[in-house]
Design a protein. Sequence first.
Length: 307
Amino acid sequence: MSEKKIVVVGSSNTDMVVKSDRLPVPGETILGGAFRMNPGGKGANQAVAVSRLGGLATFISKTGNDLFGKQSIEMFKEENINTDYIFSDPKLPSGVALIMVDSNGENCIVVASGANSSLCKNDIDKARKLIETADILLMQLEIPMDTVEYAAKMAYEKGVKVILNPAPAAFLSNELMKCLHTIVPNNNEAEMLSGIKVTNWESARQAADIISSKGVDNVVITLGSKGAFIKEGNSYHEIPTDKIVAVDTTAAGDTFCGAFCVGISEGLPIIDAVKMANKAAGITVTREGAQSSIPYRNEIKKSSIIK
């Protein structure tokens, strides 16, 4: 197992999930089925994935001074995640996500950011020593962009590998891109960053070239059931995934990112870290929920690349 520190900076939400046969169109009300409430948030999901898959995880986040926030912190402790840098906002509530999942496992999500929106540079400064001595800094975009850029530069200047999952999709400055070791967008986020609609391996390659030209050497585009496309320097790799019947795709991308970081921290080549991440995400989509669906290390089938 990895003893190298992986610091995750990002959001913590409580997910409120409704299952239905299909997703409603604008203006339509439909009757759903089961309702459940689960811990979630892209940052939290990725921190849980890192810890369950063998990484030494610290989570930097901000919650509200409310029941949701307190429950989240206790849950992180149970997951063996360092919670010393989870801050509490005295005014804003903890983040909430409203999620609808259809019978094919596809979802749509609306997030009320709450305290996530107030995670600021001063909070990052409090964790400076931790960030500067980490092996990997993993971030997403459910917190303020200024905070993401500040943390990325802090880590980059000390030689820490900065890995960004640019979700939800947003414009990224070239200054931020140049701080990144790897960027991990899905096909929609890759289209936002490149202007190329990503539907297959060839369009993924075109998008990766454009994204890479903005300053980041390594681009990993996740393509759902197809797998993942890698641009590593001047090399390209198509990594298909096993055929799996999806039950719920919630947190699949987060599991992928967490597993990828664990693989990189253990010294795996990028191509093997992606294979490990594909395996982990493939297990996630066969289960319902966000963090409840994230696998443990012993659930990933043993192979020559996964020790």
